[in-house]
Design a protein around this ligand. Structure first.
Ligand code: GDP
Ligand code: IMO
Ligand code: MG
Length: 444
């Protein structure tokens, strides 16, 4: 057995009982259908009740998933949201991990009585190193007005080094000699960039290596062969949830490039990010807000102009979980949402935060885009210049003023039906408040 299989999962000791592939219980993906912060954490927490494993397949501590339990708020960045339900949690190979953030999160959860004993971290995941954070910050500063508005947590530089095959992986933490060598090689180049290109102080080898070696002592017990673990679980008929971070429009290939994150957020990447076959996934639950928010720069056709922007931000508590930045708010965009249904293969949707709309007498919903040549389109523009210049075409739906916690009033039900019809995808869950139990199930 490889040395870094530090904690053999009970199923790794022997081959699983042979099952026909058709008998293997398929996995479910939960994917953000907008620009992130759709309420994925809450929906994962809900569906985790009936699941055995919850696995993150991409992203890192740029994510902030909020779950409110009995008036207590948990903001989780690195560990899958299923940890609060005591489920087996996996951080897959497609993720990037900041060891300091990971251990701080472990300490916080343990301190609040949430066990992290059943958290498994892929040895293949890449580590966010101090130079990644320094470069993310310096390069955003350098871009000035052209900046992306990243979370400045080192995500882009870490994924860039992974693709350039210069990355340091979680499994490298398990051998102090290899770790030090890799840090030394990386720093020789990164310090030139930091000093000469960005004009910021270089990092010290002893400081960085010493700190990482200390963190490694604590992290090693979490390291596992997570691809094998998840595959075995599926073969044993256990229910697996694959939790996305960020959202479809932040996907590196299919989002609003370059104003995106540096990983593939779409459901198709769930299999790659965990290391299972794509034929193991059959349900894809998209999570969308009843309106839209975006943090950071980039085009946003339905962004609200005028006082309703601030009103919606206040009512929805739209401030970034990770950075505290104001989230930009807009009306629901059905063109973008239909695109998300397409590129993810969404089989059902959870529409969150419908309660926030209770305070508006009229609800504009974007049903098409008007392009520069005056034509209208229902399809998400493939060319970025068309998207940057498009104008939303709205249909206005009636609002409602009754509370929606004890069932949906007619106008709220009408809003949901309108969205469902326009998308050609069923809405199975509606969010009616931040608390864990504030969800209406329209279908199983
Ligand atoms: P995530 O990153 O997709 O998990 O979403 P965030 O946690 O960053 O942001 C969603 C915010 O909306 C959090 O503060 C949640 O507590 C809150 N939230 C989730 N669902 C609902 C809902 O149905 N109604 C209201 N009012 N708040 C919700
Ligand atoms: P969750 O999982 C909302 C945005 C940043 C920036 C862009 C690139 O909570 O939905 P990055 O640091 O990833 O290089 O930043 O992506 N962004 C998010 N926006 N929710 C997130 O995560 C996000 N993670 C990154 O604001 O615009
Ligand atoms: Mg979030």
């Amino acid at each position: 057995m490889r040395a870094w299989l530090a904690r053999p999962f009970k199923t790794t000791a022997r081959p699983p009982k042979s099952r026909l592939l058709s008998e293997v219980v398929p996995a479910t993906v939960i994917v953000g259908a907008q620009w992130g912060d759709e309420g994925k954490g809450k929906i994962v927490d809900l569906l985790a009740q009936d699941s055995d494993l919850v696995c993150r397949y991409q992203g890192g501590p740029n994510a902030g998933h909020t779950i409110v339990v009995d008036g207590e708020t948990y903001k989780i960045r690195q560990i899958p949201s299923g940890v609060l339900r005591g489920k087996t949690c996996v951080i897959g190979a497609g993720c990037v991990v900041d060891p300091e953030v990971f251990l701080a999160e472990v300490d916080e959860l343990e301190g609040r009585g949430v066990s992290t004993r059943d958290v498994h971290l892929s040895g293949e995941a890449h580590l966010i190193m101090p130079w990644h954070v320094a470069i993310d910050q310096a390069s955003e500063r350098r871009l000035g007005k052209l900046q992306i508005g990243t979370t400045r947590r080192g995500i882009g530089p870490c994924y860039a080094d992974k693709a350039a095959r210069l990355g340091i992986r979680v499994q490298d933490l398990l051998d102090a000699k290899i770790l030090r060598q890799k840090i030394e090689v990386a720093l020789a180049e990164k310090n030139v960039w930091l000093e000469r290109v960005y004009g910021v102080p270089p990092l010290d080898l002893e400081d960085v290596a010493g700190k990482l070696e200390a963190l490694a002592q604590r992290i090693r017990s979490y390291v596992d062969d997570t691809s094998l673990l998840v595959d075995r679980a599926l073969h044993e008929g256990r229910a697996v949830l694959l939790e996305g971070a960020q959202g479809t429009l932040l996907d590196l290939d299919h989002g609003t490039y370059p104003f995106v994150t540096s990983s593939n957020t779409v459901a198709g990447n769930a299999a790659t990010g965990i290391g299972i076959g794509p034929n193991r996934i059959d349900r894809i639950v998209g999570v969308a807000k009843s309106y839209v928010t975006r943090v950071g720069e980039g085009p946003f056709p339905t962004e609200i102009e005028g006082p309703d922007q601030e009103r919606m931000r206040g009512l929805g508590g739209e401030f970034g979980t990770v950075t505290g930045r104001e989230r930009r708010c807009g009306w629901l965009d059905l063109v973008a949402l239909r695109y998300a249904v397409r590129v993810n293969g969404i089989t059902s949707l959870a529409l969150t935060k419908l309660d926030v709309l209770s305070h508006f007498a009229e609800l504009p919903v974007c049903v098409a885009y008007r392009l520069r040549d005056g034509s209208e389109t229902y399809e998400f523009p493939a060319h970025q210049s068309d998207f940057h210049h498009c104008r939303p075409v709205y249909e206005t739906l009636p609002g409602w003023s009754e509370p929606i916690t004890d069932g949906l009033p007619d106008a709220a039900r009408g809003y949901v039906d309108f969205v469902q019809h326009a998308l050609g995808a069923e809405i199975s869950l509606v969010g009616t408040g931040a608390e864990r139990e504030r969800v209406v199930a329209l279908r199983n």
